[in-house]
Design a protein around this ligand. Structure first.
Ligand SMILES: Nc1ncnc2c1ncn2[C@@H]1O[C@H](COP(=O)(O)OP(=O)(O)O)[C@@H](O)[C@H]1O
Ligand SMILES: [Mg+2]
Length: 244
């Protein structure tokens, strides 16, 4: 069976703001020769220095950048710069959770409405059905249903990150790209989110690409760990080394 995610020889360069001689674009290579796989339900840790290209790799996997190389999900090749229909399919399989949950949520919208929007965007039209699904999601991310009436700016950072994870889950994804998802949280809230991810893997068989500069967190959570250095994964990338 095809792995959930398979990346083959992926490369990406940013175009520099300045142009070179004769108005030629200057490219700034960030990733090259990236190949790895993530199996169903696997937690794959990705570490690397700041600026190594971790977030760029995450954005390629979310179909947001014009990479070269191949990304397969369930054996189906994904193109960069997706059309709306393709994006919908990808969204149902891969979702992202990011560093700053405060910036990701409308601060004054009640959480109930926010979640309802996410569930509706995922394709559930029936209102009662949407309510049921929102309740399920709140339970999955460990929030009390009373949170529905509250606004994001009334919640703690840990609670906000749970709401973000809930919005991602509304699409029933099979893989979550968590890019520095605990880096802005204090130690105890961060630890709770790590445990939440681990629980979601147990309950839903969810796979995770856990991107972080925090080696301890990565090592605690991940089945396998890859290191991004000089634009490429160390080792052959097929079976990245475990950290000591
Ligand atoms: N939108 C952009 N335009 C140009 N260069 C960028 C852009 N985003 C990131 N970079 C550069 O690409 C490199 C990798 O960045 P990033 O993927 O954010 O690294 P990391 O997440 O590992 O810290 C860095 O040198 C960064 O400055
Ligand atoms: Mg980053």
């Amino acid at each position: 069976m095809a792995p959930l995610l398979s990346v083959k020889n992926l490369a990406f360069s940013y175009a520099d703001r300045n142009f070179g001689p004769l108005g030629k674009k200057i490219l700034k290579p960030v990733l090259h020769g990236i190949s790895f796989k993530i199996e169903e339900g696997e937690i794959f840790g990705l570490v690397g220095a700041s600026g190594a290209g971790k977030s760029t790799l995450g954005k390629c996997l979310l179909g947001l950048l014009d990479y070269t190389g191949d990304i397969f999900i369930d054996g189906i090749r994904q193109g960069p710069f997706l059309r709306p229909g393709q994006r919908k399919l990808l969204a149902a399989r891969v979702q992202g959770v990011f560093q700053n949950p405060g910036a990701a949520l409308n601060p004054v919208m009640p959480i109930g409405r926010l979640l309802d929007e996410a569930v509706r965007t995922s394709g559930v039209q029936d209102k009662t059905e949407r309510g049921k699904r929102s309740d399920e999601i709140l339970e999955l991310v460990g929030l009390d249903s009373s949170v529905k009436k509250r606004r994001a700016d009334e919640l703690s950072s840990g609670q906000k990150q749970r709401v973000c994870i809930g919005c991602a889950l509304s699409f029933r994804p099979r893989l979550i790209i968590a890019d520095e998802a605990v880096s802005s949280l204090d130690v105890s809230a961060g630890a709770q989110i790590l445990n939440l991810f681990s629980g979601l893997r147990e309950r839903l068989g969810l796979a995770l690409l856990f991107i972080s500069h925090n080696l301890e967190a990565v090592h605690y959570l991940s089945d396998r760990v890859a290191v991004l250095e000089g634009g490429t994964l160390t080792g052959d990338g097929q079976d990245p080394p475990r950290l000591p």
